[in-house]
Design a protein around this ligand. Structure first.
Ligand code: SAM
Ligand code: SF4
Ligand code: F3S
Length: 455
């Protein structure tokens, strides 16, 4: 009998991509996706723990889920993802509405976990982390896709232990997926009409795979061998699928992005001219406390490499954390001057949120008052908006190849699409161009969007 699955995702692209794997696993159990929570047999919330606020959002959402469950008492409720992994069975006690807690490496077990609830009326938990799981043989059900661009997960976990971050605890050790399965997924997507793929991982540049042993822990014991596939190799292999398939990737840790990767970006027109290279802070003492393993000068030398190998037009974005433990006003100013120096195209900006279990939580005082954190964050945001506008203004009167993704959100008389540099462009609709490449001349812009005319 067919059953309805409602799945909602929070957090980063990895979570959205995982939900597509979950939908695929449950499809085999006769669960079809539905966007109506009120009639769903199974409700899954894929959660994020990165900041306190992310967890509060999920707990608020569970209050409304509870109302739906009261109207449909046989509804099964599951919590997936990072919050499930961080809180484990504690979540069952704290949130009575929850029946299933499943961490990011346990999704193959979901059919059993659901059966436990439905058939035995037992709540079930699986938060075992794996050294091998990459879900490589599971074809995702493309929930988050417009039929033009899709995510491909290439690795899981993170070994970096940045002191502020919960990810190493919620996602486990780094492991890379078989490159052949990645390239095949890209080929299949291309054959179905997709024109852009984003290779996903918390730290894509540490992708490393050998034919005999596919996890990094074992690989580190080996000497460098020609058989090993590094991220630059994978990028090139994916770029060769078709010149009409755009390749993006996220996220790069500054310490791992190599000149080989930069050379592949330069060599292939379809490898997008855009790098997300999170700095977090512009001050070397704070970077050391964050355990980022680079300092300000080293980061700036990476930016120089990007500009000299890929070129000045390469778009660069960053993440910043305002008000990390013990950050002084002068150290905060270093973040602002780093931004002046790099002139980022855009950034994701946050104020520091103390996370239980992290190194920073154990070692340092979260001693910057909230109003100071917020003030510093607003200064970072203000600067970024100014820089985004400057970077966008440079595009005016130039012509760019745009991949048309759909209608503008504000009007169906206009199309929207992206440049290789990941800039959103809006232009007047003509014919059916969705999924096609077109040339657009940029006429105007604001800090977020370019406006142009078809050439
Ligand atoms: N792997 C990526 C990297 O190393 O840059 C980052 C992934 S993390 C999911 C996304 C961003 O969340 C981080 O770059 C950082 O800026 C932010 N973040 C992580 N932990 C945080 C915390 N405790 N408080 C505030 N922001 C945080
Ligand atoms: Fe978190 Fe650092 Fe890993 Fe990124 S690299 S996921 S910030 S620990
Ligand atoms: Fe959040 Fe987990 Fe991603 S903590 S940002 S969903 S890896």
């Amino acid at each position: 009998m067919n059953k309805n699955l409602y799945i909602q995702s929070y957090g980063c692209a990895m979570n959205f991509s995982d939900s597509e794997i979950v939908a695929s696993i449950l499809k085999k159990e006769n669960y079809s996706l539905s966007n109506k929570i009120e009639t769903a047999d199974l409700v899954l919330i894929n959660t994020c723990s990165i900041r306190e606020k992310a967890e509060e959002t999920v707990r608020k959402r569970l209050e409304t889920v509870n109302i739906h469950k009261k109207n449909k008492p046989d509804m099964v409720i599951g919590i997936l993802g990072c919050m499930a992994e961080r809180l484990k069975e504690k979540l069952l006690n704290e949130e009575k509405v929850v029946d299933i807690v499943a961490g990011p490496d346990s999704y193959r077990d979901l059919p059993n976990l659901v059966r436990n609830v439905v058939e035995k009326n037992e709540k079930s938990v699986n938060t075992i982390l794996s050294l091998e799981e990459t879900y490589e043989n599971i074809e995702p059900v493309r929930i988050n896709s417009n039929g033009i661009s899709a995510f491909i997960s290439i690795m899981r976990g993170c070994d970096n232990m940045c002191s502020f971050c919960v990810v190493p605890y919620t996602r486990g050790r780094e492991r890379s997926r078989n490159p052949e399965s990645i390239v095949n997924e890209a080929k299949n997507l291309y054959n179905k009409g997709y024109r852009e793929v984003t290779l996903l991982g918390q730290n894509v540049d540490s992708f490393k795979w050998s034919p005999t042993q596919n996890n990094k822990i074992k690989l580190e014991k080996e000497s460098k061998s020609e058989d090993i596939v590094y991220f630059s190799d994978l990028l090139e292999m994916t770029a060769k699928v078709s010149p009409d398939l755009r390749i993006r990737f996220s996220t790069s840790h500054p310490k791992d992005i190599t000149n080989d990767v930069l050379k592949v970006i330069k060599k292939y027109e379809n490898v997008c001219n855009y790098i997300h290279l999170p700095a977090q802070s512009g001050n070397s003492r704070i970077l050391k406390k964050m355990n980022r393993t680079y300092n300000r000068e080293w980061y700036l030398s990476k930016i120089k490499d990007i500009k000299s190998i890929v070129g000045n037009s390469c778009a660069i974005s960053s993440d910043f954390i305002a008000g990390f433990c013990s950050e002084s006003e002068v150290e905060h100013m270093d973040t602002l001057t780093l931004m002046d120096n790099v002139l980022y195209d855009y950034s994701y900006m946050y104020y520091y949120s103390d996370r239980p279990g992290t190194l920073a939580h154990k070692k340092y005082d979260d001693d910057i008052p909230l109003e100071i954190k917020k003030k510093r964050l607003s200064e970072i945001v203000k600067k970024q908006n100014k820089h985004s506008l400057i970077r966008n203004e440079l595009k005016i009167d130039n012509q760019y190849k745009i991949l048309v993704e759909g209608y503008s959100k504000k009007s169906d008389k206009f199309f929207r699409g992206k440049t290789s540099e990941n800039k959103m462009v809006i232009f007047r609709k003509k014919n059916n161009l969705i999924g096609k490449y077109v040339d657009v001349k940029i006429k105007e812009c604001n800090s977020a969007t370019l406006f142009g005319e078809l050439c």
